[in-house]
Design a protein around this ligand. Structure first.
Ligand SMILES: C[S@@+](CC[C@H](N)C(=O)[O-])C[C@H]1O[C@@H](n2cnc3c(N)ncnc32)[C@H](O)[C@@H]1O
Length: 497
């Protein structure tokens, strides 16, 4: 049980009364109103006697539900939603026909305005319950410019085992083969794939390429990958779209290279999508996993890269490089970073976990020197190329595992002491040693960019213990219809007398 949950339940109405286990049993049916969202896509509510219940199901705050108890713990219960007794006013009709089966858009049944409120609350709850920031003010979540078709990268999987829809199982009639699927892995199922005809987060051009690839695979009898047996040819279809060029990158991932097959695939795509600038690559992997990264890449058509623009900067993106998946909202995120950083012309700034240097280059245009640090050598290579391509001469990049941040600090001294540090760690948050080194450097301003509110709260607690003040928290919605939220937090050192 997470700390957030423990705190939410402590002092519950059950204290001093018969225990939950004496009162409730697995299999009991209970009725309650949903008052909160909880972790792991559960929702939370209390029974009339005060017992806290975590309910699984596609729910919204304000729903009245009847649920079946599946676990009784000393301090709370877990249940599965059975019937929706009274729908919440936050609900809306989900557009996608496989909503609820596909795990991609868990909040598509919630009105977009309500999604933003839930995300704001999620960030606040983490800061209060995990970080101990009792009076923190969290701004309204910044909405994405487009709430559908916003993703610039989508990764489909191919499998020899198709996930059957409940209505197919009930009718006993299959309209599609059982032994081929191209779509998304069914939630919690590493083997079966749910066929997707149209993804509402993907660009329309991506959905067209998906359909063409499915047709090609079925007509040619391409053998889908079977993860358990580690056999089959077609493994993944990864698509990238450049808003700036209106161009599509098709990356077909296979178990081996078949030159003739790729020539035919190229012919199909180029003749069927003459209106879309295309590049096609074939990543080949023999690894025993479902990851869409190849050991070798073959160029099938075009340049093998797309170019994207963020603000007035241009970036070259290859099949396997990291790039923010919501291009338009990335600009909103980066503008927020710039505002919080408040750079002056003479400043040095560090950008920790810089990836391909997108934030570093943004920052570099407003200061004397920007220093990007990142562990993946190929990303450092891309970052340096991006700097040259954009004519940014005052950004430097160093490869380093930030858990060893302290070892590189003497090398960085020649750039001057950073007045500002921006940090954008992966979901796990900052390594304690990286955090310690950052605090030892004593920047005036720390801008923490986080995709995990719980770890922002954990690291933020350490930052304020070192005398910093949490000045501003702004959630940014990069992923509408999912429960994920990006957060910008600005910490400032108290002014020295
Ligand atoms: C959330 S991404 C941030 C990317 C970049 N700031 C951007 O906006 O495009 C996190 C980055 O941290 C890098 N990373 C993960 N662990 C690291 C470590 N131990 N040391 C340095 N970089 C690390 C990843 O390779 C990834 O590029």
């Amino acid at each position: 049980m997470s700390k957030t949950v423990q705190d939410a339940l402590s002092g519950g109405a059950f204290e001093g009364r018969p225990s939950l286990r004496e009162t409730y049993r697995k299999g009991d049916s209970v009725e309650l109103s949903i008052t909160d969202i909880a972790e792991k896509d559960h929702c939370f509510g209390r029974l009339e006697d005060g017992a806290g219940v975590f309910v699984r199901g596609m729910l919204a705050i304000g729903d009245r539900v009847s649920a079946r108890v599946i676990r009784v713990k000393p301090g709370y219960m877990e249940a599965v939603m059975e019937t929706l007794v009274q729908p919440s006013p936050d609900r809306t009709e989900p557009r996608c026909p496989v909503f609820g089966v596909c795990g991609g858009c868990k909040w598509m049944h919630v009105d977009y305005g309500a999604q933003l409120r839930y995300k704001q609350k999620k960030v606040r709850d983490a800061l209060v319950h995990i970080g101990g920031f009792d009076n923190v003010e969290v701004a309204s979540a910044l909405p994405a410019p487009e709430s559908f078709h916003y993703r610039n990268k989508v990764e489909f999987s191919c499998s020899s085992r198709r996930y059957l829809l409940p209505e197919e199982i009930a009718s006993d009639r299959l309209d599609r083969p059982r032994d081929f699927a191209l779509g998304f892995h069914a939630p919690g199922n590493f083997e079966k794939v749910l066929e997707i005809d149209e993804c509402f987060l993907a660009k329309p051009e991506m959905n067209r390429a998906l359909e063409l690839t499915r047709r090609f695979a079925l007509e040619r009898g391409l053998e889908p990958y079977a993860v358990r047996e580690h056999t089959g040819y077609l493994r993944n279809l990864m698509l990238r779209y450049s808003e700036d060029e209106g161009a599509l990158m098709v990356n077909i991932v296979t178990s081996w290279y078949d030159e003739q097959m790729m020539a035919e695939y190229r012919e199909l795509l180029t003749s069927s999508m003459p209106d879309v600038p295309l590049t096609v690559v074939n990543n080949v992997t023999t690894r025993k996993n479902t990851v869409a990264t190849g050991e070798r890449e073959y160029l099938v058509h075009g340049e093998g890269v797309v170019r994207e623009r963020l603000g007035d900067l241009c970036f070259r993106i290859s099949a396997n490089s990291f790039f923010q998946t919501n291009t338009r909202q990335a600009e909103v995120l980066y503008d927020g970073i710039m505002r919080m950083a408040g750079l002056a012309e003479d400043d040095t700034v560090y950008d920790l976990y810089c990836g391909t240097g997108t934030i570093t280059l943004y920052l570099a245009r407003r200061c004397r020197r920007a220093v990007g640090l990142e562990v993946v050598e190929s990303s450092i290579g891309d970052a340096r190329e991006n700097a040259v391509m954009n004519g940014v001469g005052n950004a430097v990049f160093h490869p380093v595992d930030l858990k060893d941040f302290h070892t590189i600090v003497p090398t960085l001294e020649e750039y001057g002491k950073p007045r500002v540090i921006v940090t954008d760690p992966p979901r796990a948050g900052m390594h304690p040693k990286a955090l310690e080194t950052m605090l030892r450097i004593e920047p005036e301003t720390i801008v923490y960019v986080s995709c995990n509110p719980a770890n922002l709260a954990r690291d933020g607690k350490v930052i304020v213990e070192h005398g910093y003040v949490l000045e501003e928290v702004v959630p940014v919605d990069m992923f509408p219809h999912t429960s994920h939220v990006e957060t910008l937090a600005c910490f400032r050192a108290p002014q020295k007398q």
